[in-house]
Write a protein that binds this ligand. Structure first.
Ligand code: PSU
Ligand code: MN
Length: 304
């Protein structure tokens, strides 16, 4: 028997209570836990990010597929279980129902987390970096389903920009083509994940969480559906300079191509190689920027 939405979508008690009371809630993705960071930093970061959100007076809702249901808000035991799982699928929009039907555990990408947030009624979501248009797209056609999701789910995604492993100019062009607002927070230039500046002008800029909340509400008043990108530069003390990173990215991309890496494996493979090539520094940066995004997301959720 096909399960109903209330059977498929399991919202934790704290998250459900916060949503019912109109208190701020921040959704969190789980692919970063299962495919983006190594054990045990993945669990430590996931716990620290949840704590950061609570310190800001909001309720964290980490989203994943476990035991045949979408969990919105994981218990501390489930978070640990997820972080330790070896055989866990990376789920985007296309895969979600498949993992539910087969009752296989899965972590949610930005796209799937937006979709689940929308189903749960959560408006703000914090992550590390967006998926986007990959370099060499004319050969591979590799464009993350994260981008298209902005047309379907009305969720604000707070990230540190697009990962520098991507074709950042094409990613911005694609978002512009789709009519997705890209707001950089407190900066004129679009951030590039590990670095504060991609060297590209940001399409839009706002300087306070209140202005961003006002922007979200104004779009709603105009009947504009869909999500928006809030790009929050990594704190200066944690950033890696763009020029230091570029040769390592080229090397990782060449290796990926030589090894025939494709599809869903591309992003996890590149992140792992950058981690190795920077002697772990990219992971420290990644952790710092996720926490920084959690703070801003909680402030936007509170302002809403
Ligand atoms: N950024 C990170 N770590 C990650 C990801 C992004 O620092 O693990 C994940 C996100 O879940 C994002 C996904 O949605 O990678 C994009 O994958 P793809 O390029 O295959 O769409
Ligand atoms: Mn892809």
């Amino acid at each position: 028997m096909t399960k109903s939405l209330s059977q498929l979508l399991q919202i934790s008690k704290p998250v459900a209570a916060a949503l019912a009371a109109g208190k701020p809630v921040v959704a969190l993705e789980s692919t970063i836990i299962t495919h983006g960071m190594p054990w045990p930093q993945n669990l430590e970061t996931a716990q620290a990010v949840e704590q950061t959100i609570m310190d800001e007076g909001a309720v964290p809702a980490t989203i994943a597929v476990m035991d045949g249901t979408i969990r919105v808000g994981l218990s501390s035991d489930d978070l640990t279980r997820l972080a330790k799982l070896d055989d866990v699928r990376k789920l985007s929009r296309a895969d979600l129902a498949h993992a539910l039907v087969l009752e296989q555990p899965g972590s949610t990408t930005v796209a799937a987390t937006m979709l689940c947030s929308q189903l749960a009624g959560i408006k703000v979501f914090a992550t590390g970096g967006l998926g986007g248009v990959h370099r060499g797209v004319s050969e591979t056609m590799d464009i993350s389903a994260d981008l298209g999701e902005f047309l379907k789910s009305s969720v604000t995604v707070v990230c540190a920009g697009a990962k520098a492993i991507l074709d950042v100019p094409k990613t911005l062009e694609w978002l512009e083509t789709l009519g997705v607002p890209v707001l950089s927070y407190g900066t004129d230039n679009f951030p590039a994940f590990w670095s504060r500046d991609s060297g590209l002008a940001s399409p839009l800029r706002l300087d306070t969480p209140e202005q961003i909340a006002d922007f979200i509400r104004t779009r709603a008043v105009l009947g504009q559906e869909g999500g928006l990108v809030v790009a929050n530069p990594v704190p200066a003390e944690a950033e890696i300079d763009r020029t230091d990173l570029e040769p390592l990215i080229s090397q990782a991309l060449a290796e990926a191509s030589a090894a025939g890496i494709g599809g869903k494996e591309v992003t996890p493979y590149l992140l792992q190689r950058i981690f190795e090539l920077t002697d772990g520094r990219s992971l420290e940066t990644n952790i710092a920027l996720v926490k920084n995004n959690a703070v801003l997301a909680a402030k936007i959720a509170a302002a809403l």
